[in-house]
Design a protein around this ligand. Structure first.
Ligand code: 5GP
Ligand code: MN
Length: 320
């Protein structure tokens, strides 16, 4: 995070009153936790804040303090500042026609070739483990006291984006911030129980149905979830979180894939790399994006066609 941008941002926040915070579609912990923490921090400064998402807060994240401030109702008025958090552009928010004098992007995704709009201010740091890390730094610079509610939201964001402090984005910085958040009241075991030890019985039934689809072709592993499986187990796409970890766990897997059937002939693909292949680049060629080691995209076609295209692209990326 450059000091110059941070200074401009601090001034912008101090001199404005009405804030809007938006994040990406199908939000997960970093999107929701960062949105709420930023909102709570701004409220502490006496600001008026509106937190908006196109999609609902997933059930598993409803334990987050102040989760209820995230609304799906499109506001009518004009805002001074709109924050786009945990995603690089408006397109990923699935929202339109929002009015603000200036847009601020706070994100840690790889931008690749994307053009950033000129009228906006961008706090983008792909080295940050989570957007929550950037929000922490921002609130800290604003001298906002990090209370238990803010700490819980930010700790959850960093915990999940680092896969429980296991992935390669786990750095001295992310651990230092996590330590400060725990000192400020975030309870690691309480949060772990909510996030990792709280799956529905039906989700495990879904896992049992999709495990037999696991495949390994050279260094590529994959798993598939179909609409039929959702129907049989009364589950939804929310229940597929972390299912891609199963093929990734396989010895010799360099890239792991999850093919998720969202509609007839529409598949969401989650790509995970063990470190040698930049999967954000692959996802980008299919109109998606993400991080070097975790990315996603959507493709139309039959499962065979979609798998064929993705396997081919991954195979060639591994070769190079
Ligand atoms: P997941 O596979 O868990 O949905 O997403 C992995 C990472 O890739 C996340 O950081 C997510 O925001 C990003 N991602 C997933 N799908 C898309 C997509 O369609 N477009 C972009 N730009 N990023 C995506
Ligand atoms: Mn994130």
């Amino acid at each position: 995070m450059t000091t110059r941008i941070l200074h401009r941002l601090l001034k912008l926040i101090k001199t404005n009153k009405k804030f809007l915070i938006v994040s990406h579609i199908s939000p997960e912990s970093d999107a929701i936790g960062s949105s709420i923490a930023l909102a709570l921090g701004l409220k502490k400064m006496g600001k008026s804040v509106y937190v908006l998402n196109r999609d609902p807060v997933p059930d598993i994240l409803k334990f987050l303090p102040s989760a209820k401030i995230v609304t799906r109702k499109i506001p009518s008025g004009k805002f001074d500042v709109m924050f786009i958090v945990d995603c690089p552009n408006m397109e990923r928010t699935g929202l339109k026609n929002l009015r603000a004098k200036i847009t601020v992007t706070i994100d840690h995704h790889l931008l690749l070739s994307q053009v950033i709009p000129k009228q906006s201010l961008n706090l983008i740091d792909p080295k940050a483990s989570a957007t929550g890390e950037l929000v922490y730094k921002l609130l800290h610079s604003l001298h906002v006291t990090i209370d238990k509610a803010i700490a819980t939201n930010l700790y959850t964001a960093i915990l999940t984006d680092t896969g429980g402090f296991r992935y390669s984005n786990t750095t001295p910085e992310s651990l230092k911030i996590a330590s400060r958040l725990v000192a400020a009241g975030a309870d690691p075991w309480e949060i772990t129980k909510e996030v990792y030890e709280n799956f529905s019985f039906n989700r495990l039934r879904l896992v049992s149905l999709c495990l037999p689809t696991i495949e390994k072709k050279g260094k590529i592993t994959s798993i598939t979830v179909t609409r039929d499986m959702f129907k049989k187990t009364k589950t939804s796409i929310e229940d597929t979180e972390s299912i891609v970890d199963f093929p990734r766990q396989i010895k010799g897997s360099e890239v792991a894939l999850l093919f998720r059937e969202d509609r007839k002939n529409l598949y969401k693909i989650s790509l995970r790399s063990k470190g040698k292949v930049n999967v954000a680049k692959i996802a980008k060629t299919f109109g998606g994006g993400g991080h070097a080691n975790a990315a996603g995209c959507k493709l139309t076609g039959s499962l065979t066609e979609v798998k064929g295209k993705i396997f081919k692209a991954v195979k060639s990326a591994i070769k190079n």
